[in-house]
Design a protein around this ligand. Structure first.
Ligand code: FES
Length: 112
């Protein structure tokens, strides 16, 4: 998976984030990348509260102010840069990082 192109930077323009469903040993492995200023972060799309996908709409992972990653299920808010839950039922827990890197106009998986 390392080095795999996940999407283009421009794919994040509409919502600030993009979900990519990868294949890991034949199983569905959903991750998302999110833009924070000039930086990009990646996380597994699984909320630490109930292990549900965070989003209800395609590629919508940020709250309305685009300040926090947001879980649509029970309104947990996560710091974009660290993935730590700062408000909601899983406060103090965190999203699972999925390291990514930028190469030109593409976002790539940095490691597995
Ligand atoms: S599943 Fe995310 S806050 Fe409950």
């Amino acid at each position: 998976m390392t080095g795999q192109v996940l999407c283009r930077l421009a794919d994040l323009d509409a919502t600030g984030a993009k979900e990519i469903v990868l294949d890991r040993d034949g199983a569905r492995f959903p991750v998302f990348v999110v833009k924070w200023g000039a930086r990009i972060f990646g996380y597994v799309n699984s909320c630490p509260h109930a292990r549900l996908p965070l989003n209800w709409r395609d590629d919508v992972f940020l709250d309305i102010s685009r300040t926090y990653v947001f879980c649509a299920n029970h309104c947990a808010h996560f710091d974009v840069a660290t993935g730590k839950c700062i408000r909601g039922p899983c406060k103090g827990q965190g999203l699972t990082p999925f390291p990514v890197r930028i190469d030109g106009d593409s976002i790539l998986a940095a490691e597995t």
